[in-house]
Design a protein around this ligand. Structure first.
Ligand SMILES: Cc1cc2nc3c(=O)[nH]c(=O)nc-3n(C[C@H](O)[C@H](O)[C@H](O)COP(=O)(O)OP(=O)(O)OC[C@H]3O[C@@H](n4cnc5c(N)ncnc54)[C@H](O)[C@@H]3O)c2cc1C
Ligand SMILES: *[C@@H]1O[C@H](CO)[C@@H](O)[C@H](O)[C@H]1NC(C)=O
Ligand SMILES: *[C@@H]1O[C@H](CO)[C@@H](O)[C@H](O)[C@H]1NC(C)=O
Ligand SMILES: *[C@@H]1O[C@H](CO)[C@@H](O)[C@H](O)[C@H]1NC(C)=O
Ligand SMILES: *[C@@H]1O[C@H](CO)[C@@H](O)[C@H](O)[C@H]1NC(C)=O
Ligand SMILES: *[C@@H]1O[C@H](CO)[C@@H](O)[C@H](O)[C@H]1NC(C)=O
Ligand SMILES: *[C@@H]1O[C@H](CO)[C@@H](O)[C@H](O)[C@H]1NC(C)=O
Ligand SMILES: *[C@@H]1O[C@H](CO)[C@@H](O)[C@H](O)[C@H]1NC(C)=O
Ligand SMILES: *[C@@H]1O[C@H](CO)[C@@H](O)[C@H](O)[C@H]1NC(C)=O
Length: 641
């Protein structure tokens, strides 16, 4: 029989068996979970049984891969291209047939800029270079990533005909998945053949988590479905409207559907970030956090392919421990989420206010800092009033500029907003600081969002960012506040800029999940960065120097005033990949339980991502690149002998 026919029958069987469930409403589980059409095309035991016994070993399930609680079984290194164990061409071809031709060998996004791929085309290169900062360019590509530093900068979008473009950290193959069966087959193949596996949704991740040299990648981009469910009842006690969001949908797509149906969905400020992938898995902070906490607190159920290749629901009553871990425990760690069901909330009016002021003339730096100090001092009343802000303090050439972009006040009126900020604004006026707030009342979240955010820019090659979450306790204790404010001020006075938020998601919905304890205590979240000199041709020494500046000069003083023991920490989704003590810093008090659950749900380490739970057992052997890239073989860390 021609292989094609076998592949066809395999899926005919899969669809037949799982396709019996015609009406999702009737078939709803206690969790209220149901499946999208692409989630009904699953790999079944019957379908696997139709494969040859050799093929069953490669593409079949492993019922010992979950629940064993042992980390034995993960071999010393994942197989790497060129190794004797690397699957033969005909095996890849067979795999491609089984996934309906969705296997894509990687061609780097910027290959047209170099002759060594045989597709050199200066006009095409110029077009790619021109839109390289557009996140959607990278999203539409199976393997591209928005942070080329972690790819190893091996194929940048510069016209360099004589240069060499190599795959760097790009996976060797990606599967353009359009069904759960494709995900199960890719996952089974990776586990059974000991291949490195990565999951790429948008490629937004800052730390290289959606990259991996020599890997097979599950590319979820085309799983775009979003449903509005008007009357949803979950197994956690939630009753109300909800959205079911496919793994490939972006924050903006979710906002649009929510807005159209008269509700608010929680998302971040970057429109092109994926929703159900890294964002929710890492916790997900949001301008609405003053009412509803973290995005992960609003997740009622997830559909997930686990390390054994099985497809399960994770909710309060189905696999509750997996459900716990998937909400805050980080992406690419416990399973592949194919969709999430989130709570939707009523629309509410939002007041936003945008303004800026700077030092110079009569406004000495001293007066500037007095004005800012009042703002920082008010973070307790501001967060208690459910508000959030996004701001920048630019330090250039000895002048300081503050930009409020914007102050975000859900469920406020202009009057209540003005009363809230009056002590601060009065103080600024008393100091002679001139500013003109543009304060606007919006009917609801989406118009407020659109007036202030969108138009994301990514893929800079010269900045490496990191962040710190500062606890409210530092505001309650005057001595700690002095030290905290001094650390922030010193940072700017050294000529370094910063971005920040005041926000306090706390545990507003009283949910038990894996969201880091640092987010339950945070009152302000600051972002700093280091600059890589000579970015295009930076040596590993240049890179190491920038990493050292970020880790020690930028983040060191902030870390010192907000230690983990006081619930300080760092947001794992936007962090410095070289953050010391990342287990406590990123996951807070949740780390020990998360590690236990990692061992239970992924005892063979099918999933790996840098700084993910359990990743300390592995290392990427990328040579000396000055920072941790994903450009190398993935191996178990050898104990010192
Ligand atoms: C400009 C910008 C603004 C941002 N603003 C915010 C913000 O306001 N709030 C906020 O919380 N965050 C924000 N982020 C951070 C964002 O949440 C993270 O970058 C997040 O990891 C992106 O997820 P993704 O799925 O789009 O990215 P990817 O890079 O594709 O994936 C990120 C990680 O999630 C894993 N993953 C992806 N899909 C799945 C899946 N289906 N199942 C399991 N694992 C999966 C990947 O393996 C990887 O480890 C921002 C980032 C940028 C660049
Ligand atoms: C590339 O190499 C060729 C041949 O060695 C040379 O003629 C050409 O000038 C080089 N181009 C660039 C842009 O360096
Ligand atoms: C991925 O698959 C979708 C169908 O699900 C198809 O429309 C799209 O063109 C494919 N993309 C690539 C890059 O192959
Ligand atoms: C959710 O699960 C917890 C723990 O299993 C249980 O105590 C609780 O009753 C469940 N909630 C509902 C509404 O069933
Ligand atoms: C700045 O100070 C000078 C005198 O020091 C004063 O005349 C002037 O009015 C001040 N300007 C502003 C904008 O306050
Ligand atoms: C900083 O100052 C230098 C020299 O005075 C000038 O060339 C540069 O344009 C200034 N930069 C900014 C951002 O103002
Ligand atoms: C919004 O404010 C109104 C008026 O103060 C209040 O009645 C309502 O409960 C608030 N909404 C939420 C979600 O708290
Ligand atoms: C004030 O902000 C609103 C959006 O919030 C915008 O439409 C308007 O143009 C702004 N006005 C000024 C004067 O900048
Ligand atoms: C980096 O090196 C390439 C090749 O030598 C050169 O063409 C390019 O100008 C250099 N880039 C910078 C920013 O110096």
């Amino acid at each position: 029989m021609a292989p094609f026919t076998v592949a066809f029958r395999l899926f005919a069987a899969a669809v037949l068996i799982d396709g019996i469930v015609a009406d999702p409403v009737v078939s709803r589980a206690p969790s209220g979970a149901y499946r999208f059409a692409y989630e009904k095309k699953t790999l079944t035991d019957e379908a696997v049984a139709q494969l040859s016994s050799e093929e069953q070993k490669l593409f079949g399930f492993d019922d010992r891969a979950v629940g064993a609680g042992l980390s034995r079984g993960s071999r010393e290194c994942k197989v790497y291209p060129g190794d004797a164990d690397w699957p033969m061409e005909k095996t890849w071809d067979r795999f491609d047939e089984l996934v309906d031709g969705a296997l894509i060998p990687t061609i780097p996004l910027a290959s047209a800029c170099y002759k060594n791929w045989g597709v050199y085309d200066p006009a095409k290169c110029a077009a790619i270079a021109k839109s390289f900062t557009d996140p959607y360019l990278h999203e539409a590509d199976p393997t591209s990533n928005m942070w080329p530093i972690f790819q190893g900068k091996t194929c940048l979008a510069f016209d360099r005909p004589n240069g060499t473009c190599s795959l760097g950290s790009y996976p060797t193959y990606a599967v353009n998945v359009s069904s759960v069966a494709h995900i199960q087959l890719a996952l089974n193949f990776a586990r059974n053949a000991n291949l490195r596996l990565v999951i790429k949704n948008t490629g937004h991740d800052y730390l290289g988590k959606s990259l991996g040299a020599g890997a097979l990648s599950i590319w979820t981009h085309n799983l775009k479905n979003i449903d509005f469910v008007e009357n949803y009842k979950s197994d956690s006690g939630y009753e109300g409207s909800a959205l079911k969001v496919g793994a490939g949908a972006t924050v903006r797509e979710v906002y649009q559907v929510a807005d159209k149906h008269g509700v608010t969905a929680l998302g971040g400020i970057c429109e092109s970030v994926g929703y159900a992938g890294g964002y929710v898995a890492g916790g997900g902070h949001t301008p609405m956090s003053g009412y509803y906490g973290m995005a992960a607190d609003n997740v009622e159920a997830l559909e997930v392919v686990t390390a054994d290749g099985r497809f399960v629901t994770a909710s309060n009553s189905s696999n509750p421990d997996l459900y716990w871990a998937l909400r805050g425990g980080g992406g690419g760690t416990f399973g592949v989420a194919t969709s999430v069901i989130i709570r939707a909330h009523p629309k509410m009016p939002i007041v936003t206010s945008v303004f800026s002021f700077k030092s110079g003339g009569n406004i000495t730096n001293e007066i500037f800092w007095q004005g800012l100090r009042k703002y920082f001092e008010m973070f307790i009343p501001f967060t208690d009033a459910h508000t959030y802000s996004y701001f920048w303090i630019w330090a250039t050439n000895g002048t300081l500029e503050f930009q409020m972009t914007p102050f975000f006040a859900p469920n406020h009126t202009i009057k209540s907003f003005n009363e809230l900020v009056k002590p601060w604004f009065d103080h600024l006026h008393d100091l002679g600081i001139d500013f003109t707030p543009n304060t606007t009342l919006h009917d609801s979240f989406y118009p407020a969002y659109n007036a202030n955010w969108g138009h994301d820019m990514v893929a800079g090659i010269n900045a490496i960012p990191g962040n710190r979450l500062f606890p409210r306790g530092n505001w309650e204790d005057p001595e700690k506040f002095e030290k905290t404010f001094a650390a922030i001020r010193d940072h700017s006075m050294k000529g370094k800029s910063l971005g920040g938020y005041h926000q306090a998601p706390r545990n507003r919905l009283n949910i038990d999940n894996a969201v880091s304890s640092a987010f339950r205590h945070v009152i302000t979240f600051l972002i700093g960065a280091a600059i890589v000199e000579n970015a295009e041709n930076a040596t590993s020494a240049d890179m190491a120097k920038a990493v050292d500046v970020l880790t020690n000069d930028v983040l060191g003083p902030w870390r010192a005033v907000s230690p983990e023991s006081d619930f300080g920490g760092s947001y794992l989704n936007e962090a410095n990949v070289m953050e010391p003590n990342w287990q406590q810093s990123f996951y807070g008090v949740q780390y020990p339980r998360l590690l236990e659950l990692k061992k239970k749900w992924d005892p063979k380490s099918v999933f790996y991502a840098p700084t993910a739970v359990g990743s300390e057992e592995w290392e990427v052997q990328d040579g000396d690149q000055g920072t941790q890239t994903q450009n190398g073989r993935l191996c178990k860390v050898q104990e010192a002998r």
